[in-house]
Design a protein around this ligand. Structure first.
Ligand code: BMA
Length: 276
């Protein structure tokens, strides 16, 4: 056992779903740098293979496994291959996700299913097939990627908001059911992060830069986040440094969820003292 003076994953294998791009890719890279053997699971073969090759070239232990998290059989195959290749599984970072828009009327049945399949079923599948390996290893740690939209709603995002809310419940269920077997489960809740998913979302607007500007203004820190800033929170929660943290949700949102909306008039002090 190495010193606990630093976060490390020596002799541990991490499975990262959605590991080919965005928050998942940053997480795969960071976990490698911290000593983990990393299995990247993603449906994008091109990006996943590229990243795994880059990590191996840099001297790390990494592999790519093609996988659609919505498909249970595909997740089981990929997880078993990863466990076989890397001697067990100790960490899961469930990062696969898609963005979809619509209210409960305008969201098609297909989009509703697709969104829930990838986020909710995807995390369920990953947790389900990884858990036996964690139990065999005497314990493990999983981190699910939720969103600020796990706690609050953004307009016109019914399926996404519902799916992200479900992930805090799934996290708590896993945390409770497996605590006695040394498995921890936590959730990170990112705000707007500079990822291909958010660029795709912004591209739906005729003026994508205006979307980014609005996002920057909405975050009290005055900018959007970087994937590696979420990866660090994931690595912390997955590591022994978080040994007494389970069932928790950690916002990584530049303060996005902090302000109470609609109170801008108080900036000048109006209403901030007593009296009527
Ligand atoms: C994330 C994504 C982003 C969004 C952010 C803040 O989960 O949905 O597109 O900007 O939440 O609402």
């Amino acid at each position: 056992m190495q010193s606990t003076n630093s976060i490390h994953f020596a002799n541990r294998t991490a499975v990262v779903t959605g590991g080919a791009m965005g928050i998942g890719a940053a997480t795969a890279e960071l976990l490698c740098e911290l000593g983990a053997r990393v299995a990247i699971l993603d449906r994008s073969e091109e990006h996943g293979k590229d990243l795994a090759a880059r990590l191996v070239f840099a001297g790390h232990t990494a592999s790519f496994h093609a996988c659609d998290v919505a498909d249970a059989a595909s997740v089981e195959r990929a997880v078993e291959a990863a466990a076989g290749q890397h001697r067990g599984i100790h960490v899961l970072a469930a990062c696969a996700g898609i963005q979809r828009y619509g209210d409960v009327v305008s969201t098609s049945m297909e989009v509703w299913q697709e969104t829930l399949n990838i986020h909710v079923n995807g995390c369920f599948h990953a947790a389900r097939f990884v858990l036996p390996h964690m139990l065999a290893a005497g314990g493990g740690s999983m981190v699910l990627v939720g969103s600020v939209q796990s706690l609050a709603a953004v307009a016109n995002s019914a399926a996404y908001v519902t799916a992200k809310h479900a992930l805090t419940g799934l996290t708590q269920s896993i945390a409770l059911d497996f605590a006695d077997r040394n498995v921890r489960a936590n959730c990170v809740l990112p705000g707007t992060i500079d990822t291909p998913m958010v660029h795709w979302a912004a591209s739906l607007n005729p003026n994508p830069e205006s979307v980014f500007e609005a996002c920057r203004q909405a975050h009290p820190l005055g900018r959007i986040g970087r994937p590696e800033e979420v990866a660090r929170a994931i690595a912390f929660l997955a590591s022994d440094w978080a040994s007494f943290i389970t069932g928790a949700s950690l916002t990584v949102d530049g303060g996005l969820l902090v302000p109470v909306g609609g109170m801008a008039f108080q900036k000048g002090g109006t209403g901030s003292t007593g009296g009527s």
